[in-house]
Ligand binder design. Structure first.
Ligand code: ZN
Length: 278
């Protein structure tokens, strides 16, 4: 049976969809601020949670470009429904920092490099070059820089960094039904990441054998993105980046809360296990 498509209004009832606004909220959010460290012995893994497609806001000076795009912004093309909720659950329950972007990916793609043409959407592509440069400086770079600094700081304290970037994917794209509930995107050339994902999947299977789990689906983990960017800067043994992708069909269902608990508990056990071994 095909998973049910999450309607924008359905998603909105569980997670407010914020449209173009004249307010000037922070450019990115760090709700948990930087870490309380209840258990930061150096050998421990440092969990960093990020969310690059957490919302669909458009900064006021650019709202006019999106005048007729409210419906599109509300779909998976504008943001990752459910991703920020799950990322917040991880951060809150595991007492870890969360660094999130709530500007729409259609404004500037937080999970693309500046040299990737797909960092721009059809709404922003034709802006003058210096204006795009300003957007990069003011709205794209702060997240990347904050994440990079958090990674560097944790490495300097002797931790191994486990970076979980939380995303969600639409149950069906261009007629193709995605047959997975949770997927783990990593770089298969980096053995510690492969091993971490394999263990996470095993733990999750114990908690919920019904979940359909896959690796590097529906995207490749080594494609352009924040984790790939960080992999180029840090060795495989010290920086482990995983893009966690959840099917948007799970969001807001009867089991949504339980699902988030299972994800959190499996991640908690995963990190504990590694710390004991380390
Ligand atoms: Zn995403």
């Amino acid at each position: 049976m095909a998973p049910e498509q999450v309607r924008p209004d359905q998603a909105a009832s569980h997670e407010p969809v914020v449209r173009a606004s004249s307010l000037h909220p922070p450019r990115f959010i760090a709700p948990e601020q930087l870490p309380k460290e209840p258990d930061a012995s150096p050998a421990r893994d440092f969990l960093l949670v990020t969310c690059e497609h957490g919302g669909n806001r458009i900064p006021a000076p650019y709202a006019h470009l999106f005048r007729n795009a409210a419906d599109l912004l509300a779909t998976h093309r504008g943001w990752d429904p459910g991703a920020l909720t799950l990322a917040r659950t991880f951060a809150r329950r595991l007492h870890r920092p969360l660094l999130a972007v709530t500007w729409s990916r259609l404004f500037v793609e937080a999970n693309r490099s500046p040299t990737n043409p797909r960092i721009w959407s059809r709404f922003t592509r034709s802006l003058p070059r210096d204006e795009r440069q300003q957007i990069l400086e003011r709205w794209w770079r702060p997240h990347r820089q904050t994440v990079e600094e958090a990674v560097v700081a944790a490495l300097a304290r002797g931790h191994r960094v486990v970076h979980v970037a939380v995303h969600s994917f639409t149950p069906e794209l261009d007629g193709e039904v995605r047959n997975a509930d949770v997927t783990f995107l990593y770089d298969s050339r980096r053995q510690p990441e492969a091993e971490l994902c394999r263990r996470w999947v095993a733990l999750l299977r114990q908690l919920n054998p019904a979940l359909r789990l896959r690796y590097n689906y529906p995207y490749r983990g080594a494609a352009d993105g924040l984790t790939t960017w960080l992999r180029r800067r840090h060795p495989a043994t010290r920086y482990l980046g995983v893009e966690l992708e959840i099917n948007q069909a799970l969001v807001g269902t009867r089991n949504w809360r339980r699902f988030q608990q299972q994800m959190t508990e499996s991640l908690r056990t995963l990190l504990k296990h590694h710390a004991q071994e380390g």
